[in-house]
Design a protein around this ligand. Structure first.
Ligand code: ADP
Ligand code: MG
Length: 170
């Protein structure tokens, strides 16, 4: 059950790249198998940078090479505990058939999915828990404005984690 509060957008200014990486590590803490993070925003917005931070945190390797899946489109990873993470960049996707060929549904079934250009996905069905996260340049320089909306139970999880973080930061 989710109310209005859980779907209230959360906007954060990320002053530089390390703040984007911090947000990625924060998200890694609350994501669970089957969750999807839809990463939108233009080229160079920081989608891959954020996904890389999530993956490194979940896999427990801060140095791990996480190339942009620009041409592979989907790149699976497996964490120490067997947790699957799928990083996708659908900018070059030719159509929904190609997703089927890539085995996207099977791959993401019990994985944490981080999807750049999620507008290329067919309309989501079923109970997929998703965070819509957009990044856009703001105020010049390296700052980005991140806007997050959690759907399904993820809205509540996001809200509680934010509240906890504010309390702990004081
Ligand atoms: P996208 O995947 O959205 O195309 P990338 O993560 O590949 O974007 O690239 C973002 C670029 O912007 C990188 O070169 C990164 O160093 C730079 N950058 C500058 N400021 C930030 C920020 N606050 N967050 C993320 N990346 C930033
Ligand atoms: Mg990218």
């Amino acid at each position: 059950q989710e109310g209005m509060a859980e779907r209230t957008p959360w906007e954060i200014v990320l002053p530089d790249e390390s703040a984007t990486e911090d947000l990625g590590r924060f998200l890694a803490e609350i994501l669970r198998p089957g969750d999807l993070v839809a990463l939108s925003g233009g080229l160079g917005g920081g989608k891959t940078t954020l996904a890389r931070a999530v993956i490194r945190e979940i896999l427990g390797d801060p140095e791990l090479e996480v190339p942009s899946p620009t041409f592979t489109l989907v790149q699976p990873y497996e964490g120490r505990t067997g947790q699957a993470v799928v990083h996708a960049d659908l900018y070059r996707l030719r159509g929904p058939d190609e997703l089927v060929e890539l085995g996207f549904d099977e791959m993401t079934d019990r994985a944490i999915a981080l999807v750049e250009w999620p507008d290329r996905l067919p309309p989501r069905q079923g109970p997929t828990l998703a965070i819509d996260l957009s990044l856009k340049p703001e105020f010049g320089d390296d700052a980005r404005l991140a806007r997050l909306i959690g759907g399904g139970g993820l809205g509540g999880r996001l809200m509680r984690a934010r509240a906890l973080r504010v309390l702990l930061d004081r």
